[in-house]
Ligand binder design. Structure first.
Ligand code: HEC
Length: 103
């Protein structure tokens, strides 16, 4: 049992190390979220603006990071565009954070 857990941890660490570029930073993503996103999407991901997806219920999150990156960069209807305000790195950090909001 312990060996299986250790083996899984080893595989996980190897996968993280092998990933191209730095892994997304959810701590930075949290800071970006509180500053730029929480006003509409809510502090805990329960949206406070009508029409904004509820991330606590995984709304709109069943899409690849690349699709979410494009929406956040370019904006979408009532949501402003973040290109020029946030770097792609910051947007990817915040996407990683969105994926932790599930309740
Ligand atoms: C002014 C309010 C507002 C702010 C601020 C805001 N959003 Fe949104 N967001 C919305 C609304 C409204 C939608 C739904 C847009 C639509 O599809 O009609 C949305 C949609 C989304 C989606 C789903 C996109 C898709 O492809 O379906 C994501 C992901 C998202 N927002 C992330 C963020 C992040 C990350 C931030 C901060 C960097 C942010 N939003 C800031 C209002 C906002």
């Amino acid at each position: 049992m312990m060996r299986r857990v250790a083996g899984a941890m080893g595989a996980l660490i190897a996968a993280v190390v092998a990933a191209p570029g730095p892994a997304a930073d959810v701590v930075k993503g949290n800071q970006v979220y509180m500053m730029h996103c929480a006003a509409c999407h809510g502090m805990s991901g329960v949206s406070v603006m009508p029409g904004a997806p509820n991330f606590a219920r995984l709304e709109r999150l069943l899409q690849p990071d690349t699709a979410l990156l494009a929406s956040i960069r370019n904006g979408r209807n009532a949501m402003p565009a973040y290109a020029g305000i946030l770097t792609d790195r910051e947007i990817l950090d915040v996407i990683a954070y969105l994926r932790t909001l599930r309740q």
